[in-house]
Design a protein around this ligand. Structure first.
Ligand code: NAD
Ligand code: DAU
Length: 352
């Protein structure tokens, strides 16, 4: 008999956002058993969870979403009250070179998890919840004005966003068809500690440290809406506990930046924090060929989350970026570990 009040299964907990969600749940909910299910792909790293790995309410299970029998076993063993599903292939550029990997994990993997939940819960849905973590990229792109709301029609353009859109549709379909109690959120671009350096912000920090070119796609005028990862984790905790069943919540920081302005800001902060001569990091900026199908602008209207559940970001962009850079400067070993081996092959293919 478990001594814990609840068991929560978190998928993708060894990844960037997942590790922040796991840490938050392990620390904020000592009466929950937190089971982290992750296949440990190139993006999954148990080093991200060193500080909670010995906690009495934390368990790690290495399993792949593509192993349906394995998922059934995990569900049967732990009989979780809730699932927070973050595991995914998450990088747009990789989805352009290997779209099928995204179909397998994001679409088939999500359907496997839905089936495992449905089978284990077997119509006894009282107190159960399937929380699907998704992205604002499913809405496609905005022009110069406007914001994505929860009612914006889906219009994905990359294999990544198409696979996430499909997974969102499957989650809602399982709600409509089988009564599976779900909640869903679509978030804007996250940044913060433990972010894999194939994504814009950590890639630029890493390249400044290595004195390598800073590759800006196209004209650099693409716009993203940046949110500190710990504020996303707090939103997930709130939505998991207080969100309405069957509802969707947009999460974003009301914090739009054109890529080139953001890279210049990062360069200035890196010069200040590392004692490099002012302006020297900016000299590394190099315009490179554009991403095919590149969405011009993402911007989230998070009014529903604010007004219905009272969420607001706790960290300003200045504080968040500063904390993020400090974390990378203090965690050179983490950066070295994740940028050795397969990372070098990926980088050579993507940028040369
Ligand atoms: P990430 O790539 O850093 O981590 C993904 C994790 O999933 C890794 O630990 C990996 O090992 C695991 N995983 C991948 N394939 C798996 C499989 N087949 N079986 C089991 N585990 C597998 O991703 P992230 O940036 O932390 O994103 C997490 C979730 O949040 C994703 O669903 C993503 O679509 C969504 N999201 C991300 C952002 C962002 O800015 N990063 C924004 C909005 C939404
Ligand atoms: O909007 C949410 C999404 O944000 C998440 O769903 C994805 O999982 C996450 O990866 C992120 O997607 P983006 O494609 O917006 O993030 P990325 O960091 O890859 O790129 C951000 C912007 O920077 C984008 O306009 C492309 C550009 N870019 C990116 C890289 C890696 C560059 O100009 N140069 C680069 O080297």
């Amino acid at each position: 008999m478990s001594t814990f009040r609840k068991t929560i299964l978190i998928t993708g907990g060894a990844g960037f956002i997942g590790s922040h969600v796991v840490r938050l749940f392990v620390r904020n909910h000592p009466d929950y058993l937190v089971v982290n299910l992750d296949a440990l792909t190139y993006a999954g790293n148990l080093e991200n969870l060193k500080d909670v790995e010995d906690a009495p309410n934390y368990l790690f299970v290495k399993e792949n979403l593509l192993n349906a029998e394995g998922l059934d076993r995990v569900m049967e063993t732990h009989r979780p009250d809730g699932i927070i599903h973050l595991a995914a292939e998450s990088h747009v550029d990789r989805s352009i070179s290997s779209p099928l990997d995204f179909v397998y994990t994001n679409v088939i993997g999500t359907v496997n998890l839905l089936n495992a939940a449905k089978k284990c819960w077997d119509g006894q849905f009282d107190g159960k919840r399937f929380y699907h973590v998704s992205t604002d990229e499913v809405y496609g792109t905005l022009g110069a004005t406007g914001l994505f709301t929860e009612e914006t029609p889906y219009d994905p353009h990359s294999p990544y966003s198409a696979s996430k859109a499909a997974s969102d549709h499957f989650v809602r379909a399982y709600g409509d068809t089988y009564g599976l109690p779900f909640v869903l959120s679509n978030c804007s671009n996250n940044y913060g500690p433990h972010h894999f350096p194939e994504k814009l912000i950590p890639l630029m920090i890493n390249n400044v440290l290595k004195g390598k070119p800073l590759p800006v796609y196209g004209d650099g005028k693409y716009t993203r809406d940046w949110l500190f990862v710990k504020d996303h984790a707090l939103a997930i905790d709130l939505i998991y506990h207080k969100g309405a069943t069957g509802a969707t919540y947009n999460i974003g920081g009301f914090n739009e930046w054109q890529n080139i302005d953001l890279v210049r800001l990062l360069c200035r902060l890196m010069d200040q924090k590392t004692g490099r001569p002012e302006g020297s990091s900016e000299e590394l900026i190099t315009y490179v060929k554009d991403r095919p199908g590149h969405d011009l602008r993402y911007a989230i209207d998070a009014t529903k989350l604010k007004s219905e559940l009272g969420w607001t970001p706790t960290v300003t962009f200045e504080e968040g970026l500063s904390q993020t850079i400090d974390w990378y400067l203090e965690n050179g070993a983490w950066l070295e570990h994740v940028t050795s081996g397969a990372y070098q092959d990926y980088y050579a293919q993507q940028y040369v």
